[in-house]
Design a binder for this molecule. Structure first.
Ligand code: PGA
Length: 253
């Protein structure tokens, strides 16, 4: 059975005190709360990853994630963070391929394939982000664009490695814009992604892979999005910065 996952991508937000306040609010708010989400994943800025990981360590269903990791395990890469370091502070996941990193840091599909390898080799699970721009959506080529991203960065993986991958479909035109993909648009793409995964890894692995939706997901639209057959949760940006909003999204299954 694939897991229902709600992940909060804090991006470059919060200072040290604010990050602590948010994680404490979440831990307290989620304690003894009835919900059907299998995994809650917090992706704080790397600077706060260790503290956040420690603070959630006694909470059930809560995991932490880095927002990025480097292609190399160590070396002369000033300012970078390796999968080994992320693993060593107790994090479970790393995001790979977020559209903001693809855009601002010129991360190619090939580079992302290397990041995925390094993350998995160091015992991290990967939330792999994919998604098309508005131009590509309008041209009608969105499905082939996204499946090509998946093919280029993930399809070299063995079946057993692929089981450590979660997919996050995030249409770029919906990220931080307040424009959400309609439930039909989300379901269509998620179903296409699952079909594509099945063509490579077989139906059983495809059915077991969690595919999250990301892009202006909020407490108002989460329930409808999460009710779609192939939507297994969300990667939440803005709405993950406010504990009550994030908790309400967690309760949307
Ligand atoms: P958003 O961001 O929810 O603020 O649109 C989602 C993301 O980029 O992961």
């Amino acid at each position: 059975m694939r897991k229902k996952i709600v992940a909060g991508n804090w991006k470059m937000n919060k200072n040290c005190d604010e990050a602590e306040e948010l994680v404490v609010q979440l831990v307290v708010g989620l304690k003894n709360l009835d919900h059907n989400t299998d995994e809650i994943v917090l992706c704080p800025p790397a600077l706060f990853l260790q503290d956040v990981t420690l603070k959630i360590s006694n909470s059930s269903k809560m995991y932490s994630s880095s927002q990025n990791c480097h292609t190399h395990e160590s070396g002369a890469y000033t300012g970078e963070i390796s999968a080994k370091m992320i693993k060593s502070v107790g994090a479970t996941y790393t995001l790979v391929g977020h559209s903001e990193r693809r855009m601002y840091n010129h991360e190619s599909d090939e580079m992302l394939a290397t990041k995925v390898n390094t993350a998995l080799a160091n015992g991290l699970k990967v939330i792999f982000c994919c998604g098309e721009s508005l131009d590509i959506r309008n041209s009608g080529n969105h499905v082939s664009f996204v499946t090509t991203q998946l093919q280029n960065s993930l399809f070299h993986l063995s079946d057993s490695d692929f089981k450590n991958i979660v997919i996050a479909y995030e249409p770029i035109w919906a990220i931080g814009t307040g424009v959400t993909a309609s439930t039909e648009q989300a379901q269509e793409m998620h179903a296409e992604i699952r079909k594509f995964l099945a063509s490579k890894y077989g139906q059983a692995i495809a059915d077991d892979t969690s595919i999250l939706y990301g892009g202006s997901c909020n407490p108002k639209n989460a329930k409808e999005l999460f009710s779609q057959t192939d939507v297994d949760g969300g990667l939440i940006g803005g709405a993950s910065l406010v504990a009550s909003d994030f908790i309400s999204i967690i309760q949307s299954f």
